[in-house]
Design a protein around this ligand. Structure first.
Ligand code: NAI
Ligand code: MG
Length: 478
């Protein structure tokens, strides 16, 4: 049975309750996790506070830097083990799980390298005064992360927090969190003091909600659904703490008539099939200029039909979706698309030999005549791509922006002025031109506008989000 991590110790829930862990590729129970509740969250928050007031709070920037770098290497030393854990827990192909663990290590490498390079400022002020701006940790930071990339999300959220000297309390998702638990054990081995990294597993509405409203936290970051994100912001408001919200997206690829098809086609397919479409930045809409629509779609369909879904060991293009709930949700969207009159252009294949009870969905490419269907405005979170023709630049910008989300955008054209006009016109936090980075790029600031949330993760900017400033004014005259 997997355990939580509180104050440096692997521990069950105080209540002794557990939750089953299922493998998405066969739907069978193979482990359990503690069902943490408010009392467990309370212990974790107290342990984090004590760590800040104790040894962890006294770590110098250089010591934090070295510790994070050692942690990064430790994760890579356990690459095979963590890959297997992640693949089984999420159902993703082994190659993808391996890449995720490598990115997890990269987060600690990147922020380990940064930890001792954050400078304050000296501010010119009145004569005989010295004014300093110093960066300080926020304190106890809470991190509620989703199941689509458990290991990566742990790195993305906690590495900058730890680099800045915060103590973290993490509530990973009940649907997949075994890699996070194992990584937290490795953190203790590598020398994080007790309480610097705490993990409370459990249900969102229990452990998650208790953490979000706990008076002992100084910050909360959340990645997940829009609906829960709004609750998190409300909980944060009760304690007047800052929150960073990443609430998904509905990324559109915009393909103009002068695009490089050979470059665009495989990238667009990867952008929706990767992680079985369960990615906040999945490229789930495809806007194609009407003059090339038929030709481009023919080329895309030919490649899309070759996409395969399989178990982690089959190492296909994608795996199953995470749970029965998500399986039903994605299938509901596919049915709705058919009811809305969208045309299925082609489907990929579920590989023969996948277990009966697995949550497999055939990757599906739809074509639409207008932007009215829910499939074009809502986050499906499955391997479903919907294409639609557009007329000109203005139309492409209007359609790109025709959802409540604003996380990421992508433009395919060789015309440099048009690239720039599109980049300025699409409302989002990250925009790709003739390339697409679904989820990638530890170095690249990331986050949304509109209902995709606010605040930024990744890159150097995350270090600012995970810290605060103090202005120190000193009079040194006679
Ligand atoms: P969710 O938003 O319920 O879960 C995300 C995290 O929030 C999990 O750790 C969960 O335990 C926690 N949580 C749930 N309710 C909570 C509450 N009341 N208070 C505090 N924490 C809570 O997402 P769910 O239900 O797993 O998936 C539904 C949809 O959400 C997906 O189909 C997808 O559209 C979206 N989603 C987006 C993600 C992203 O990467 N932006 C990740 C996961 C889901
Ligand atoms: Mg939920």
């Amino acid at each position: 049975m997997a355990q939580m991590m509180i104050n440096g110790k692997s521990t069950p829930a105080l209540s002794g309750k557990t939750l089953d862990v299922l493998a998405p590729s066969d739907g069978l129970v193979y482990d359990s996790i503690p069902r943490g509740e408010a009392a467990d969250v309370d212990l974790a928050c107290s342990a984090a506070r004590a760590a800040l007031e104790g040894p962890w709070g006294r770590f110098s920037a250089l010591e934090r830097s070295r510790l994070l770098l050692n942690f990064s290497r430790k994760i890579l030393d356990h690459l095979d083990e963590l890959t297997d854990i992640e693949a089984r827990d999420t159902g993703k192909p082994l190659t993808a799980a391996r890449a995720d663990i490598t990115v997890l290590a990269r987060y600690f490498e990147y922020y380990g390298g940064a930890a001792d390079k954050i400078h304050g400022q000296v501010i010119p002020f009145l004569n005989d005064y010295s004014a300093l701006l110093v960066r300080e940790p926020l304190g106890v930071t809470a991190h509620i992360i989703p199941w689509n990339y458990p290991a990566q999300m742990f790195g993305r959220s906690t590495a900058p927090a730890l680099a800045m000297g915060n103590a973290v309390v993490v509530k990973p998702a009940e649907d997949a969190c075994l890699s996070v638990i194992r990584v937290a054990e490795l953190a203790q081995e590598v020398g994080f003091p007790p309480g610097a990294i705490n993990i409370v597993t459990g249900l969102g509405e229990e452990a998650g909600a208790s953490l979000a409203e706990h008076p002992g936290i100084d910050f909360i970051s959340f990645t997940g659904s829009n609906e829960v994100g709004i609750k998190i912001q409300q909980a944060a408001a009760l304690n007047a703490v800052k929150c960073v919200l990443e609430l998904g997206g509905k990324t559109a690829h915009v393909v103009f008539d002068d695009a490089n098809f050979e470059l665009a086609v495989p990238t667009i397919i990867k952008g929706i099939v990767q992680n079985t479409g369960q990615t906040c930045v999945a490229g789930s809409r495809l806007l194609v200029q009407k003059e090339i629509y038929t030709g481009f779609m023919a080329m895309l369909a030919e490649a899309f039909a070759k996409v395969r879904a399989g178990t982690p060991e089959m190492d296909a293009n994608c795996g199953p979706v995470i749970s029965e709930k998500q399986f039903r949700r994605v299938n509901r969207f596919i049915d709705a698309g058919i009811n809305d009159g969208l045309e299925i252009i082609c489907q990929g294949e579920i590989l023969p030999g996948v277990p009966e009870g697995g949550y497999f969905i055939a990757p599906t490419l739809f074509s639409a005549d207008d932007h009215s269907s829910d499939l074009l405005t809502q986050e499906i979170f499955g391997p479903v791509l919907v294409a639609l023709p557009f007329s000109d630049e203005a139309d492409a910008i209007r359609l790109s922006n025709a959802t409540d989300y604003g996380l990421q955008g992508a433009v395919w054209t060789e015309n440099g002025s048009r690239q720039q006009r599109m980049a300025r016109g699409i409302r989002c936090g990250q925009l790709y031109i003739n390339c697409f980075g679904a989820g990638g790029g530890v170095e690249l600031p990331f986050g949304g506008v509109k209902r995709s949330g606010h605040g930024r993760e990744k890159g150097f900017i995350a270090l600012e989000e995970l810290s605060t400033t103090k202005t120190i004014v000193q009079f040194y005259g006679a």
